[in-house]
Design a protein around this ligand. Structure first.
Ligand SMILES: *Cc1c(COP(=O)(O)O)cnc(C)c1O
Length: 450
């Protein structure tokens, strides 16, 4: 069975560089043609693989390809898929320490490495989640538990106008009406304005509300900006607010020297969201929440049941089910551990450093055209630019047209975002498969599309 799958996957990996960056025409027709009733009898694997690889798979954004510079890429390290295969076939249970102490320790190691990367010591902890959205939800629920009474509807949350929408979604799921979420304005570099934050907190206190949590971004999805973490941390300390840093996009740049500079102060957070399926290039399905004090996660999530063994009381024995909403789940730790052990952190550091350089080189390529302007500089590996035009409506229309023309060439895939100053094209370099050749394609396609 493995050999036929291996042949298909080998071909996919060998030809992935030459696939178009997007192939989405006919998606609706394809999806309709795949709808089917529950099959009563089986089909051969060979036939099913043909369906999957020849019909199901090709029509998509080529998110694993080197030219994917849209949204937030990652690529999907095949090493992790091997770990998943092992985890799936052995099917060990990692929700509770006693069920698989070794495998839980492997996952605990990964979390301790991440806590160390943030700058925390032995009291810190965390859990691997399905993604950054779930991590932000866990963070808000934990902040609510730590800072508010059971009757929490007076609690207000502060984030920036460019925070990821999963923050508002987390607030909603955690039981807060969206009116309790303040979107603080941005400075000219698209970072949260700390003076406006302080003013909003003061206003809410005066109105009898209970400010309790600030969510800062360490790399916004829109333009990659890093909020001023030290000043926000000072304010949170003075106001006794929980500080959550959403570093889903930017967090793993902490492995690099430039990233540590850009994210200085992140260790003062109470909780941090990381997304290994972005910055560690893992396949989708791996996010992470880490907290400075592991007990805070436990207080927010621990509920006992008679049919389960009693929770572990030793410091170094983590029951993940006691620290997150999930009980049964996949053995996510192996998927992170295997690639880090196989190639070492240095290889990831080198890759991430390269992405910082690539984004800067692409921004230079944009600057070479006087008709274009870089609107957001690459704080990390993401920047944004647009067409210069005295007429704002014209500038928007021409920027959108440029984006469409570049994507039409199907060597790189970019997305845009409307900012108050107008529509911009974003370039996010974060796939381990993206190298200088793709920046060359970007520069050529840009010149040819103007
Ligand atoms: C991607 C992202 C998220 C959401 O993470 P998912 O893994 O997609 O759930 C949250 N915040 C930021 C800053 C992100 O870039």
């Amino acid at each position: 069975m493995l050999d036929v799958v291996g042949v298909r996957l080998g071909t996919f990996l060998d030809t992935l560089d030459t696939m178009p960056a997007t192939q989405t025409d006919g998606g609706a027709r394809l999806a309709r043609s795949l709808a089917e009733p529950l099959p009563e009898t089986g089909t051969t694997l060979r036939n099913l693989l043909r369906v999957v690889f020849e019909r199901v798979m090709p029509t998509a954004l080529h998110t694993s390809g080197p030219g994917y510079l849209a949204y937030i890429p990652g690529g999907g390290l095949p090493h992790s898929a091997i770990a998943d295969l092992i985890a799936g076939i052995t099917n060990r249970y990692v929700g509770l320490w006693m069920a698989a102490p070794g495998l839980v320790q492997v996952e605990t190691n990964v979390l301790k490495w991440f806590c160390g990367m943030v700058g925390w010591g032995d009291d810190a902890g965390g859990v691997l989640t399905s993604g950054g959205s779930m991590a932000n939800l866990i963070a808000l629920v934990t902040a609510r538990r730590e800072r508010l009474p059971v009757d929490f509807l007076k609690g207000t949350i502060y984030t920036s106008a460019h925070a990821h929408h999963s923050v508002r979604k987390a607030a909603l799921i955690a039981g807060f009406p969206l009116e309790n979420v303040r979107e603080i304005g941005l400075d000219p570099s698209f970072r949260m304005r700390v003076d406006a934050l302080a003013a909003a907190i003061a206003r809410d206190r005066a109105a009898g509300l209970t400010p309790f949590c600030v969510v800062a971004s360490a790399g916004t999805t829109a333009v990659g900006a890093v909020d001023p973490l030290p000043a926000i941390a000072d304010l949170c300390a003075a106001e006794r607010l929980w500080l959550h840093v959403d570093a889903a996009y930017g967090g793993f740049f902490l492995l690099t020297e430039r990233g540590r500079e850009a994210l200085a102060g992140i260790h003062r957070a109470d909780s941090v969201t990381l997304d290994p399926h972005k910055g560690l290039f893992l396949p989708y399905g791996t996010g992470c929440i880490v907290v400075r004090d592991r007990e805070t996660l436990r207080r927010a999530h621990s509920v006992s049941a008679d049919y389960l063994p009693p929770p572990q009381t030793e410091e170094d024995r983590w029951d993940f089910a006691e620290m997150s909403p999930e009980l049964s789940r996949d053995a996510r730790g192996l998927r992170v551990w295997l690639p880090l052990k196989l190639v070492g952190a240095a290889a990831f550091r080198q890759q991430l450093d390269e992405k910082l350089d690539l984004a800067r080189s692409a921004a230079e390529a944009v600057r070479a055209h006087p008709g274009l302007e870089v609107v957001a500089e690459p704080a990390l590996s993401l920047f944004a630019f647009r067409v210069r035009d005295a007429d704002p409506a014209q500038a928007d229309a021409r920027t959108r047209k440029l984006l469409a023309a570049m994507n039409q060439r199907k060597r790189v895939f970019l997305t845009g975002v409307p900012l108050p100053g107008g529509f911009v094209i974003r370039v996010c370099v974060l796939s381990f498969r993206t190298h200088a050749a793709q920046m060359q394609s970007f520069a050529e396609d840009l010149a040819a599309s103007l």
